[in-house]
Design a protein around this ligand. Sequence first.
Ligand SMILES: [Fe+2]
Ligand SMILES: [Fe+2]
Length: 264
Amino acid sequence: MPETTILFIGDVVGGLGRRTLRALLPALLEEYAPTFVVVNGENAAGGVGITPRTADDLFAAGADAITLGNHTYRHREVYPYLDGERPIVRPANFLRSQPGRGTTVVERDGVRLGVVNLSGNLFMKAGRPAFAEADAALGDLRDRADHVLVDVHAEATSEKVAMGWYLDGRVTAVVGTHTHVPTADARVLPGGTAYISDVGMTGPRGGVIGVRRDQAIEAMVTQMPVRFETSKDDPWINAVVIRASRPRRADAIAQVLRAWPGGA
Ligand SMILES: [Fe+2]
Ligand SMILES: [Fe+2]
């Protein structure tokens, strides 16, 4: 089993997030030489959802696979794209009738990486239970993947921590997304699964999880609807790098949190 490195990049937010990715990814590719790059793209188009053009943009920037989340269906034009051939996944525990699929397999250097997307059920809209669907997804990937990365897109840290323990020893990595704020708990669990509750986002740290802070604050202060725009202030890339040398087990996970001073 060749040494495998997976670079997973947290929710790319809007055009600034995509520019940050394009600006900072080449140096990360040089530094970490990842076998696979997986990018959460659920906020790639204007801060909410993804379109075929923005998905193509992420693939062109270097993504081998794209994961999504609660904003998957914001743009109708992406529905056929989700059912197409590209390795892009939406939460597996959405309804089967909804566009797209929840697992995909990408291959490089003779290594097959299964990518699974799950949505939390606490404070999130997902039609089916995440834990049962995680088992089903692993069954689907049983003979088709050397490594498995699970992006659990969820609001509640409790649900993500529980999913990490539930899948420990069965997958290479469980990485949390959605809150846009990186957590300080990256580690390899005893069974060999790399885990982090939230990777964070690739976008403006100077806003409120991606939104212009004046607008987010106005909405909270006035309790009235406010039109939100993506912040342009202080872009960062938030990611994790996972190293693995045995099938479906990780040796190490480390956070990659880097500012893009030129992008502000
Ligand atoms: Fe997000
Ligand atoms: Fe989300």
